[in-house]
Write a protein that binds this ligand. Structure first.
Ligand SMILES: Cc1cc2nc3c(=O)[nH]c(=O)nc-3n(C[C@H](O)[C@H](O)[C@H](O)COP(=O)(O)OP(=O)(O)OC[C@H]3O[C@@H](n4cnc5c(N)ncnc54)[C@H](O)[C@@H]3O)c2cc1C
Length: 293
């Protein structure tokens, strides 16, 4: 198993922000995963895959990161697709197009991997992954035991779930599939990607900073824009001029810059509209957050 001492989180996250951790582990096989408790040996640890939803401190973190991005593989069955957690959304889209799978096109353009998608219940355009999950296989790193859970739909909610603890690592998800015509699938995926190109900034980010509040009168982005915060800068970080719910790294943003804008946007929206925005991004402010996420 690949092991990288003092791996810098900025090299493994789409935000390109984050300092070194004691050790980053890249399990590739089930056997590697089962060895993790022994290697971690009681140290604080954080599980990640694509790093597209993480905002990490620049400071040193004396803990272990389990990076599942090399744990890859797919298996296609009748009406089901088993995907390992390191598989990127883009690769799943290629497979769906090739195999005529028509019900997962809404995910096109999301930059993460399966592991984070399950944990976050990723979604777009009113659809979410949980609606298609038949089973989740995970390893509880506290005990080293493997679990496979079916009928988990009720344990997922908007951009989250109660199925996993921060000590569990997703290995594989079993997705229900529906056939589709290739030209329709291609069109749906292209439409989703085009929407993202037009409405989402292309600079490094971690996607939507806040969840959309309930009741869904206005989106988090609209609230931030109405509060006059669009384009606001702090150091190298900026609330995107294109989309109020994205904070982008314009080149040399620090964790403190981003943290300031997140807190400022939350406080300003609360004052202006009486709504407390909840972060969608996972903020790793220090080692104390390793087993909290
Ligand atoms: C430009 C951009 C656009 C985006 N658009 C969308 C969108 O439309 N919809 C959407 O839902 N999200 C969106 N995102 C956010 C992000 O891509 C998703 O949340 C994605 O599912 C995260 O996957 P990841 O593998 O990168 O997770 P990571 O960032 O690596 O981790 C996210 C969380 O999942 C946990 N985790 C990761 N892997 C595992 C694992 N194997 N086992 C257990 N826990 C794990 C981590 O501990 C962390 O809490 C966007 C992000 C960007 C940068």
């Amino acid at each position: 198993m690949k092991q990288v001492p003092r791996a810098r989180m900025r090299d493994y996250t789409t935000f390109r922000i984050g300092g070194p951790v004691r050790l980053m582990l890249f399990p590739e096989t089930r056997r590697d995963v089962l060895r993790l408790p022994e290697i971690i040996a009681g140290a604080p640890f954080l599980v990640m895959t694509g790093g597209s939803n993480l905002v990490c401190t620049d400071a040193d973190m004396d803990g272990v990161v389990v990076n599942m991005s090399r744990f890859q593989g797919t298996q296609l069955g009748p009406d089901v697709l088993a995907v390992r957690s390191g598989h990127r959304v883009a690769d799943i889209m290629t497979l769906c197009l090739a195999q005529g799978i028509g019900n997962l096109s809404f995910l096109a353009g999301i930059p993460g991997c399966v592991g984070g998608m399950v944990c976050m219940n990723a979604g777009a355009f009113g659809d979410c992954l949980a609606d298609w999950i038949a089973a989740v296989e995970y390893c509880a790193l506290a005990t080293g035991r493997l679990h496979k859970r079916y009928d988990v739909h009720s344990e997922f909610y908007y951009r989250g779930q109660t199925l996993l603890t921060s000590r569990d690592v997703v290995l594989t998800v079993l997705l229900r599939t529906r056939p589709g015509r290739r030209e329709d699938i291609r069109r749906d995926m292209e439409r989703a990607r085009r929407y993202r190109r037009q409405h989402h900034p292309c600079q490094p980010s971690a996607g939507s900073v806040f969840k959309n509040p309930k009741p869904m009168g206005m989106s988090a982005g609209q609230l931030i824009e109405r509060a006059g915060l669009k384009s606001m800068r702090r150091g190298g970080a900026q609330i995107s001029p294109l989309h109020g719910n994205f904070i982008v790294n314009t080149g040399d943003a620090s964790f403190a810059d981003v943290r300031y804008l997140i807190d400022h946007a939350r406080d300003t929206v609360l004052k202006a509209f009486g709504l407390l925005l909840e972060p969608e991004v996972k903020i790793v402010g220090g080692i104390e957050d390793f087993q909290r996420l």
